[in-house]
Design a protein around this ligand. Sequence first.
Ligand code: RM4
Ligand code: MN
Ligand code: MN
Length: 424
Amino acid sequence: MNITSTTIAKYNDQALTAHQRRLANLTAELPQATSLLKLLEAFQVAIPSWALGTGGTRFGRFGLGGEPRNLEEKITDIGLLHTLNRSSGAVSLHIPWDIPEDAAKIKALAGQFGLAFDAMNSNTFQDQEDQPLSYKFGSLQHVDKAVRAQAIQHNIDVVKYGEALGSKALTVWLADGSCFPGQLNFREAFNRTLDSLREIYAALPGDWKLYLEYKAFEPNFYSTTVADWGQSLLFVSKLGRQAYTLVDLGHHLQGANIEQIVALLLMEGRLGGFHFNDSKYGDDDLTVGSIKPYQLFLIFCELVEGMDARGMDHARDLGWMIDASHNVKDPLEDLLQSVEAIMLAYAQALLVDRPALADARAQNDIVRAQEILQTAYRTDVRPLIAEARLRTGGALDPLAVYRGEAVRQQLTKERGTGGRATGL
Ligand code: RM4
Ligand code: MN
Ligand code: MN
């Protein structure tokens, strides 16, 4: 399945007049439109290799036709997304779900679609068939040194796979923790985890980053060894300058003020990566922006302000990735919606009149501060995102092309209905 630039141009031509009218209305009030477009064109969000098939819950899974059967097909799917929206130009691999057996071949295939390799993800939250020791009671925190050694070696192997692909970061997410009071000595578990992370950190190439992702609960339900941003920050501060905290939107307790967390992590130079999804209750892994788009906007306001305060490149200096699971939607359509939601929140955050906001704050004018934020949030920036896509060769309306070209039906014809992609 391949969507050509001619096909995209055909759809764009049909939608062009209406698009231009909407864009003109918007840009008439936006003197900074040209510089915004440049930032939007550069912004890329990585797609995880584990989210291209249908996800499931612990109760069941309802499959879909045409799921990618191997890493090559997953990369082709991400290439398709990037062809349509020009904002999904990176792949994030999960080992061992997606081992690049022939790195040169995989790299070349990704290159054909203009895809780079973002952070590599290790997996010590499941046992693999050929694995000698079990992670039932944890991995890097385990009381048995041999289990820790196995988990450390796995992370080092993941770095090796990533080096061959040109990746520059390792994401460590640990399921380690305890399910019942009394099961674990918290201090000892922390220190064993720290020692293990130190060994992984020592094996990190000089130009790599280590992202330590936290999660409040699940699969352990009493304690998690890297449970929140404070604990992650404690670990990464002890590890060294190449270690950073990774924020996954779904990994907080309900009501947590994530925008404040990212502001402080950025201030400390310790925010490394970001996993986007949305949720209503827990780690629901729903489509980005589908439940709490205003929260996403507020988070982006802090990201933009915090990155600018440190002179960071929005597109390059943090690892941006979608981390969602698609239980009832076509994963590719869901990912197109997620990328769109991210771009919208980013563009709206760029619209905030920051000097005016600083002034309102200095005057304790809360009403004006809220008006300033909501003026940006309530601006319909969709024509701007569409224009950024148009200028980079993408589709004005990626979903319309996807559906118009019957992509899922084509993929199902090519790949059949029985396949199940590795992943969530
Ligand atoms: C976890 C976590 C990690 C991801 C796995 C698949 O909940 O978010 O980032 O690697 O899921
Ligand atoms: Mn995550
Ligand atoms: Mn998660």
